[in-house]
Design a protein around this ligand. Sequence first.
Ligand SMILES: Cc1cc2nc3c(=O)[nH]c(=O)nc-3n(C[C@H](O)[C@H](O)[C@H](O)COP(=O)(O)OP(=O)(O)OC[C@H]3O[C@@H](n4cnc5c(N)ncnc54)[C@H](O)[C@@H]3O)c2cc1C
Length: 543
Amino acid sequence: MGSSAQHEHQPTAETKSIKQFDAIIIGAGITGLYQLHRLQQLGLSVRLYEDGDGVGGTWYWNRYPGCRFDSESETYGYSFSKELLQEWDWKEHYSGQPENERYLNYVADKFNLRGNIQLNSRVTSAVYDEKASRWEVQINNGERARAQFLIGAVGILSAHFTPPFEGVDSFKGASYHTGRWPKEPVKFEGKRVAVIGTGPTAVQLITEIAKECGHLTVFQRTPNYCAPLRNGQVAPETQRRFKATYDEIHKRIRETPAGFMYDFDPRSALEVPREERLAVYEKLWAQPGFSKWLGNFRDIMTDREANEDFAEFVRNKIRSRVKDPVVAEKLVPKDHPFGSKRIPLESGYYEQFNRDNVLLVDVRETPIERITPKGIKTSDKEYEFDIIIYATGFDAVSGALTRIDIRGEGGRTFKDTWADGPRTYLGLQTAGFPNFFIATNSAFCNYPVCAETIVEWISDCIQYMREKGYARIKPTREAEEAWVAHAAELASQTLLSDAKSWFMGSNIPGKKRALLLYADSAPNYRAKCAEVAAKGYEGFVLE
Ligand SMILES: Cc1cc2nc3c(=O)[nH]c(=O)nc-3n(C[C@H](O)[C@H](O)[C@H](O)COP(=O)(O)OP(=O)(O)OC[C@H]3O[C@@H](n4cnc5c(N)ncnc54)[C@H](O)[C@@H]3O)c2cc1C
């Protein structure tokens, strides 16, 4: 039993001027909002700091044309409130950014969260005061605040990244990053537009804007295996069915490996006769969403031959849609396994390359040398543009945390601690950083499904500590070491390390290659977290 209760902290003259809370949450996305709700329910004094001037996180920042999620809407919404589930109508099967942002604003109002949210407030540092067992955070406006618990709900895809091209600031036209898209509509009519990048974001954006642009040039480094989304409006009777069956939907998505409605086919791909296998592929292709990835044969992500079989099927689909065979071949991925990078879902992407006003530039053949005042200079020529769009992604998973100057016991920095990749126990805490919870989901999972698990685990842990009178929780170094080794072992059993991707951190120059996500199934991950809690937080030190 901990003798040093949460009341051990006595404010000094200096700390009196600093705001005091029980808990500080960083980030007002889907995770941070739910975390705030749960801690409010526990009666804690909480302050949530958010860099943006609105709530929504991903769905606040990524307002580029075509932005939407690729999870089924009825599985993406929170499951924790039956009332909310009955009140909210999803308009599309794969909901777009404006609706997602409205949804999260609705949640902030419904659960009275706004009073404890401070917008336009970027946390620049967080320093652990060992004597007082308090985290002290510094906000970019100069404010400081202290709390017993610090929760980083900073998102895995929120630290936007622009490659360090020479001359980026010299461009005289307009530049945008998709992850920091302006609120005012951008006009493309008659404009010469460049998009750098061909990941899921670029695929959505290009499909949406190609018809508007005077001319669009797409700079591609890595072609992707894009698969049809097959979106549509949610019919009233379907809406009613969702509402009537939410219990079953949520039960199902807690059982499947990645938190979706589909599960892998239990058969090994190559054991199924060719004709039958192709029929399965065609059936998957005709279905909406990620079923081609996560509802495919069970060994598609572990067996190279099985993967290659489906990859070739996808390549042929791409070839059949692009008229110019030279352009088609450029769009066909050949250097990484299917699914080893996040699969972009599309609604007419490949057809855009049949348009007269769209040009594909392969930067592996002709690398970008620099950004110039007029546009983009490749090894081949200078292209002139009115607008350059950087669809160049994120410093994923670790980026939003390591951009904050976090200092734990002995002044050790979080950035140094994670220099070789994420070092955690259960993805939730790092040794040497007591009471700092990492509320970013690193399981391969329909995000909100696993984010709810994490938030509930953290909330239960805080409640447990308060009930038992513990002041601090941190993982033992042995538990952390074992978890890191276990996560690496799981990663080595997949084909994920065969690709350059944000999953591996290899989209960021100088970032150490390591699988940033946890490769076990979501139910296994959930069971491990629950087991640790049930055993009195085994592997953690509570004092
Ligand atoms: C374009 C796009 C499409 C996606 N599609 C899907 C999908 O189909 N399915 C799926 O499951 N997931 C998808 N995702 C992943 C998505 O990020 C998650 O689904 C989810 O929105 C993450 O919620 P979050 O609250 O954890 O993080 P976020 O929504 O990223 O929120 C984190 C917040 O923390 C804030 N923050 C970060 N650092 C600081 C700081 N130092 N100080 C103050 N505030 C800070 C950020 O401003 C941000 O608002 C997509 C992501 C993107 C970018």
